[in-house]
Design a protein around this ligand. Structure first.
Ligand SMILES: C=CC1=C(C)c2cc3[nH]c(cc4nc(cc5[nH]c(cc1n2)c(C)c5CCC(=O)O)C(CCC(=O)O)=C4C)c(C)c3C=C
Ligand SMILES: [Fe+2]
Length: 439
């Protein structure tokens, strides 16, 4: 492979980077009862690496929030175990990953800009309530209409629920049509991912006008969020594709993917405001104003052939990633947090290739399982890969392209879904998600 002759960015790697119901779910339940109702350096122009400290933490209610989670605590009273929806940045991006995710891509089913705007208002209101552990809509206790809230979370705490919105390229222009008069506002960064070698994408499970990522520490809470946002959107938007995901790790440790490897380690290098500004948050210099404080989300549903992987020798597994399985340490090092030494890892390994691009992504991926693949008799499982970055064009696509061509991991994976979204900044109380886009 040609890249073997490339000079790896070794010196930089070697640093020691030692209608609004404001009722709580409980209150609603009591009322119901009373009523009798039950690149390689240079590729993206980003060669510098940031120093870092600390390790990626899985979430827990007692945990010190990340810088972005703090942003989201400025304008709203915090309920125990909750992450406020309102804030300068959307929650669910820099927020330490919760245990369960439900991700949905929606199609807007009409071309009425006012209805779209109204939906964004309603989604904002619903999201603020759900993230605070409250029910949505009206209770309809007289029983003549279905309750607005579907009810499955009534006694449950908010479980650190975050709800994150993104706008896809087709919201701005679809088949050459500017359905909502938003075409002029499409950011240059919001470009489609081109076809990659080895892609096995299906159109029905790719793209989408809007995405919603609901993450929490309770699978019912995450599902309920997407279900109720879809329910209230009826007639305006419908789910195009959806995927649930899970991850688990002891507090303070990096979760492992379904190949048994710690996944997310290198996010450490972005856990400081300077690095997040450089690699993740949209740069004001080349973005429309409405994206200030926003970022870009790339998602790939990637099947992992776990049956074949489980027949693969440990040495080969480790060489595929360039990290040790047990400790997560890079080759030639002892600890997970030790600096990667490029000369110790195979040039077709996942880490060598991803790191060699010279850029960084903020990854927030979840494992998924979809039962049995009836044709092969194998488990149908994989990774809903999600990353946030400043540029789809200069960070995500170049990296994906290198990986798609050369990654040893490709023998064990297949990409099934693909989409990109522009995630606007957070909404302030009294405003709504994406408001600046419509002004
Ligand atoms: C386009 C970007 C990436 C895709 C697609 C991707 C798929 C993918 N990754 C793993 C498992 C691991 N990835 C790791 C590191 C890593 N991966 C990417 C990007 C993509 N991964 C980056 C930018 C990095 C960091 C590289 C670095 O700078 O060191 C690791 C190693 C541990 C870690 O740092 O997280 C693992 C393990 C799978 C299984 C997968 C598709 C199914
Ligand atoms: Fe990866």
């Amino acid at each position: 492979m040609k890249l073997e002759n490339e000079k790896a960015p070794e010196p930089q790697q070697e640093r020691n980077e030692s209608g609004k119901s404001k009722m709580s779910r409980r209150e609603l339940l009591k009322l119901s009862a009373a009523a009798g109702t039950g690149m390689f350096v240079g590729m993206g122009g980003m060669g510098a690496f940031m120093s870092f400290s600390g390790i990626l933490k899985s979430s827990s209610p007692s945990q010190e929030p990340s810088p972005a989670a703090k942003d989201n605590q400025t304008s709203q009273t915090s309920v125990a175990g909750s992450i406020p929806f309102y804030g300068t940045k959307q929650a669910g991006i820099a927020t330490p990953p919760q245990k369960y995710m439900c991700f949905a891509a929606f199609d807007i089913v009409h071309a009425d800009r006012m209805k779209l705007e109204q939906l964004c208002k309603t989604w904002t209101d619903y999201s603020a309530n759900m993230t605070a552990g409250k029910s949505v809509g009206k209770a309809n206790l007289e029983g003549l209409a279905p309750p607005d809230d579907t009810g499955e979370t009534h006694e449950l705490p908010p479980a650190q629920l975050t709800i994150t919105f993104g706008f896809g390229p087709t919201l701005f222009r679809k088949d050459g049509v500017d359905r909502f008069g938003l075409a002029a506002k499409q950011p240059d960064e919001l470009v489609d991912i081109p076809a990659m070698p080895g892609d096995a994408l299906t159109e029905q499970e790719s793209g989408g006008d809007v995405c919603i990522q609901a993450c929490s520490d309770d699978p019912v809470v995450s599902f309920h969020a997407i279900r109720n946002l879809a329910r209230v959107a009826q007639g305006t938007a419908k789910i195009r594709w959806v995927q649930e995901g899970f991850l688990s790790a002891p507090d303070g440790q990096t979760p492992r993917n379904l190949f048994g490897f710690k996944d997310g380690t290198a996010n450490n290098e972005l856990e400081n405001d300077q690095a997040m500004e450089r690699y993740v948050w949209a740069s004001p210099s080349n973005n429309p104003l409405w994206m200030t404080g926003g970022t870009y989300l790339a998602v790939r549903k990637i099947r992992m052939f776990i049956d074949e992987w489980d027949q693969t020798a440990l040495q080969k597994q480790e060489a595929t990633f360039g990290r040790q399985k047990e400790s997560g340490a890079p080759f030639g090092k002892k600890n997970e947090a030790d600096a990667v030494s490029m000369r110790h890892i195979p040039t077709d390994s996942h880490v060598w290739l991803a790191r060699g691009t010279g850029t960084k992504l903020w990854r927030r991926s979840y494992s998924y399982s979809r039962g049995l693949d009836a044709t092969s008799g194998d488990l149908d499982a994989g990774l809903l890969f999600i990353s946030f970055q400043q540029s789809i064009k200069n960070q995500f696509i170049p990296m994906l392209s290198i990986l798609a061509q050369h990654d040893a991991l490709n023998k064990y994976t297949s990409h099934l879904s693909s989409a990109v979204f522009a995630c606007p900044p957070g909404a302030q109380e009294g405003s709504f998600i994406g408001e600046a886009l419509f002004r």
